[in-house]
Design a protein around this ligand. Structure first.
Ligand SMILES: [Zn+2]
Length: 383
């Protein structure tokens, strides 16, 4: 009797793959397969991918005291939400602190069994961002510095050369040179927390920037209606855009408008999750920043309405996007897997010899809920 397991996996509307893995969860065989156009109640998809995760399940990735055990625990909780690939994200801080955080993260990621499979690298969001109120969001103003290749290289060294995504403001001094440099070091470059005008957004895209980070956030509540940084980025086709689809960072009608303007093929779902995600109400940290979660809505700076990351999970974001954009669930999965992986130049389909990363979903009350996952030899609840 064979110890192999064969599973039908949904990869697109009416499309899928037939995947066979061995007892250790290594893919033995994978081939395209037709799937029913109407999704059944129980489905299996490939694992979701999140480009922006600051922390999870009580663990702050922006902590120089991060341990392999705490990282592993956070990743196991993340896997239970269907997310099997993530870029732990560090927000703006002084270079010394960021360097210490990257060292801790890299050490933890090398020692954590789950991180070795789930973490292809890191996202550095800052400190080359706009210091202006509204644009900087919850990032500490005194950490903001002009774009500096030496600072980037120093941080990338501490990160083991694994900064895969860099978010910067297009208008800060030195931004264009750093975009070109970071691309040459294998990092994808995104714009965010930026007060750039049309010409600056255009120049950044020309230099190789490929994403707008959490478009619609990291911007003031009020903007000039004819020309503003959101319109400038929506109009730039070379930029994909990520969105925090929790309904509060971007209200559903705004998400519809943004995603249609950008095109569903350029729309990526991220969580921007903090330690407050999958952790319940309480006080947490986001690097140097204290944040508070009431359990309802995103965490905020204590005593203010300033959002500070989210408590969103990616399975929830996919269901929200399917409902609010009026698209099929598998099309929404594409925004949380194929498109983010493509942005990182990673293939959407795995190959024989690689660990199987699978999520088992069951529909109930109109939503698909994660009931199990497998990542190579690690699994919970199947498939
Ligand atoms: Zn941000």
């Amino acid at each position: 009797m064979s110890a192999d397991t064969t599973i039908d996996v949904e990869t697109g509307p009416g499309r899928g793959v037939c995947l066979t893995h061995d007892r250790a969860g290594t893919i033995a065989h994978i081939e395209p397969a037709d799937r029913p156009a109407e999704l059944p109640r129980e489905i299996v998809t490939l694992g979701l991918a999140d480009l922006q995760v600051n922390g999870f399940a009580g663990v702050d990735f922006n902590d120089p005291a991060l341990t392999p055990e705490s990282l592993d625990r956070a990743l196991a909780a993340m896997a239970a939400t269907g997310c099997l690939v993530c870029l732990p994200t560090l927000i703006s801080a002084k270079a010394d602190r960021l360097e210490a955080c990257f060292r801790a993260l890299e050490r933890a990621a090398r020692a954590s069994p789950l991180a070795r499979l789930m973490v292809p690298g890191y996202h550095l969001e800052g400190p080359f961002l706009s210091p202006l109120e509204g644009y900087r969001g919850c990032h500490p103003r005194d950490a903001m510095v002009p774009a500096d290749i030496r600072v980037f290289d120093r941080l990338n060294r501490a990160a083991g050369g694994r900064i895969r995504l860099l978010t910067l403001a297009a208008e800060v001094k030195g931004a264009i040179a750093l975009i070109r440099h970071a691309r040459g070091r294998g990092a994808t470059v995104a714009l965010g927390h930026t007060a750039a005008d049309d010409a600056e957004v255009h120049a950044a895209a020309e230099a190789g920037a490929r994403l707008s980070t959490h478009l619609g956030n990291g911007a003031p509540r009020e903007l000039p209606r004819k020309e503003n940084v959101i319109l400038a980025q929506l109009a730039e086709d070379r930029l994909m855009a990520s969105f925090i689809a929790d309904g509060l960072h971007v209200p559903p009608p705004a998400l519809r408008v943004y995603a249609r303007a950008k095109g569903f093929g350029r729309t990526i779902l991220v969580t921007d999750a903090t330690a407050a995600a999958a952790a319940g109400p309480g006080d947490y940290t986001l690097g140097p920043v204290a944040i508070r979660s009431t359990g309802e809505g995103p965490p905020c700076l204590p005593g203010t309405a300033q959002l500070a990351g989210s408590a969103l999970t990616l399975d929830r974001a996919v269901n929200n996007a399917a409902a609010w954009l009026d698209i099929g669930f598998i099309e929404a999965v594409r925004m949380a897997r194929d498109l983010p992986l493509g942005l990182l130049d990673m293939p959407a389909l795995p190959a024989p010899g690689q660990p199987a990363g699978l999520v088992h979903w069951r529909r109930g009350n109109g939503d698909y809920r994660v009931v199990g996952w497998r990542l190579g030899p690690f699994a919970s609840g199947g498939p």
